[in-house]
Design a protein around this ligand. Sequence first.
Ligand SMILES: [Zn+2]
Length: 335
Amino acid sequence: MKRLCVLCLLLFHLSAFAQVDSLSLPSGSDIGFTNFAKGSGAAIDTLDVGDRRIQIVLKDDNTWYFIKNIEALAEDELFTGYWNEHVVNPYTKEPFDSIRFRTTICLVDSVSRFVCPHQGKVFSKFGIRHGRPHTGCDIPYPKGTPVYCAFDGRVRLAEVHRGYGNLVIVRHENGLETAYGHLSRIDVRSGQWVHAGDLIGLGGSTGRSSGPHLHFETRYHGHAFDPQWIIDFESGTLRKNAFVLRRSYLSPYSKYVPQSIDEEEEIYMSEEQIRAEEERIAKERAAMKYHTIRSGDTLSGIAKKYGTTVSKICSLNSGLKPTTTLSIGRKIRVK
Ligand SMILES: [Zn+2]
């Protein structure tokens, strides 16, 4: 997550730079340095941005756009850690205390967009309902209504699950997971990469349901929080581009509070606070070290090489145990 936030900052700076650039330079044909037929918009080159997951494609009309490198994304710990295609919450072994008090989540940026899964009025809200936790929002619709993926990501689970009926859970690059329950038909399979706006399935009333409705959840590290913090379902829009998720929201007892002042304060932190936060993130990032597994590598050998211990390395890599077979080419965090 921290790496993704840094990425957001980087993209912000890049887009700011590109705007200045296009204002101060005449277009290529005006000053005659281009060898390309202008305006066809054909891609002519790609640029790395220091993050394998993103590349810039340059076009012959002097514009550019970002693309995602799916192979690099697939290797990211976000899509390898706690990955289970049959369990709703695979994070049960992760201690709640390890979640930060406050996490900034980029919901949309230069490479990511949002599509409302289904626009409509929330009939039953997130929270305690009849003494039981209700971990999502219910939005009624006629059976067969198309349900769309909210953000880009990878389908983690797509199958029948007790109360949920036909259920799809998608893990997103922003660190969130979204869940779509009671579907009459599932149109994706686990492991599939999806974009915001892709068809997830059709609405229905499977599982514990009293009528056709979308049961929609937003989860962070397995813990559900009120989706209305980020989505206004009636207008089908995001409430904000960047969301400051507090750890305290990760409970069925915590509900979205419309126009809460605290929320504003969280986003418009003082310069000093932002600088301190950025310095902390940069420090953490600088301290991180990765090792790519080569033939003959053992965990104890790697630990010795980097002056650490096997158990410390395991604690830095979710799912890694001292007995895990190391596949060549895998990247593990060592510091
Ligand atoms: Zn529900």
